[in-house]
Design a protein around this ligand. Sequence first.
Ligand code: GDP
Length: 452
Amino acid sequence: MSAPPTPETIAAIATPPGIGGVGIVRISGSNVPGIARALLGCLPAARHASFARFRSADDSTLDEGLAIYFPAPHSFTGEHVLELHGHGGPVVLDLVLQAVLAHGARPARPGEFSERAFLNGKLDLTQAEAVADLIESASAEAARAALLSLQGAFSQRVQAINEQLIGLRLHIEAALDFPEEEIDLLADENLSHRAHQLTDQIDALRAATHQGQLLHDGMTVVLAGRPNAGKSSLLNALAQHDSAIVSPVPGTTRDILRERIQIDGLPLHVLDTAGLRESSDAIESEGVRRTHEAMRRANRVLLVIDDNEEEEDSVRALRAQLPGGVSITLVRNKIDRSGRAAGPVASKTEIPEIAISAQDGSGLDTLRAHLKECIGYQVAGEGTFSARRRHLDAIERARGHVDAALAQLAARRGELAAEELRQAQQALGEITGEFSSDDLLGRIFSSFCIGK
Ligand code: GDP
C-alpha cells in the first residue's frame, strides 16, 4: 500500500473533452518546479494566479493563461501541483500537455491524482470515492450526499463505531490477562450491554449506508410486455420527455433503450426492451434474448399489459415467458380506455398490480412510490451521505463478526470473542482504507476518469 519512494510526476487534462471557455492541465509530483521553469520561464508564486505564456520545448508560445502553483504538502495530492488554465480547445490543450510530458512528466492514469491524495493522507478512501460520486451525481440529492461524505460524515460514523469496537476488545483482552478473574470480567453485565449497543449502532449505520448506496447505484427496472402494450409510452411518461420511439406498429422497439431518470433523488435506470413474442425475425429474436438477460440482472421487471386486451390466461402466458426468479410488478396500462381506477389493484396472484395510463399520467405516482418501496428507498434527508456496495458489504461483515463475538462472550470464550472483534474492526477499516489491498485500491481508482 505504500507509495514508491519518489513517484513520477504525472500530468493530465483535468477538464472534460470538447470545447469550453477554459481548459485545465494538472501536473503533480516532485518535478513540478522544474517543469514550471521550463514551460513558463519561472516558478509562479505559491497559491497565486499568475498570468503566463505556456511554451513548447522549442520555445514557441502554445497558449497563454493562468498558472497556479501549490507547493507540497498543501495541495490536493499532497505533492507539488501546478495547474495551467488555458483556452478550452482539445488541440491547444493537447499541445500544452505534450509540452509538459516533453519536460519530464508522464500521462496520469485514471484516478491517479485522487489515489495520490489518498496515499499521502489527504483523503481517506470514502472521501476519495465521494469526489468521484460528486462529479458523477445524477440528482441534487446525490450531490448533497456525496459532499457530506467528502466532508467526512461517513468516515466519522465508521470511526466512532471503530473506537467502541476497540474499547470492547481492550476490555476483553484485559480480562484475558487475569485468568483467575476472567470469567467474572466476561460475565460483566456492562460488557454485554456495550456489545449490544454496538450492534444497534452498526445496524443504524448499515441502514444509512444502504440509503447512500441506493443514491449512488440507483435501481434498475426493465419494461417488458407485448409489442404495443405501451412500454415506450411509460418510459417517456416516467422520464417526462420523449426518448423512445412510440409507434402503433407492433415490434418497433428492437434494441434495448436505456434511460436514466430519477424519483425523489433515487436514480432509476429504465430499460425498455424488445416486446415479448415469438419471432422468426433474427434481429428481433436477438432482442428477446437480450431482454431476458437484462431482466435477470434488474431489480424489478415491470410487465406492462394493455388493460383492454389481456385476460387472466394471457397474462399468465406472458408471465411464463419471463425468466424465473425475477421480481415482477404487473402494470395495467391504458386505463383511460378500460375505465379501471388508477392505483393499486387487488391482485389474485402474489404479483403486485398497478393500474396506470401512460397517456394521461394517472397511476404514475402510485407506480413511483411502489418502486421506491420495493428497493427500500426513503427520500434522502439532511444527513444522507453517499456510499457504495463495497461499504455495505464491509458493514455487513463487521456485523457478522460482532454477532459471533457476542456468541463467544456468552460462552465465556474471551479469546475467540476478541478475535472476532478484531476482524470486525478490520472490515470497518476497509471502508476508510485503513486496511486495504493494492487490488482493492486499483479497482476503486481505475474506475475514476483521467485527470481526477
Ligand atoms: P410499446 O410497443 O409497448 O413500446 O408501445 P408504445 O408505447 O409504442 O404504444 C403503443 C400504442 O399505444 C401507441 O399508439 C400509444 O400511443 C398507445 N398508448 C400507450 N399508452 C397508452 C395509454 O395509456 N392509453 C392509450 N389510450 N393509449 C396508449
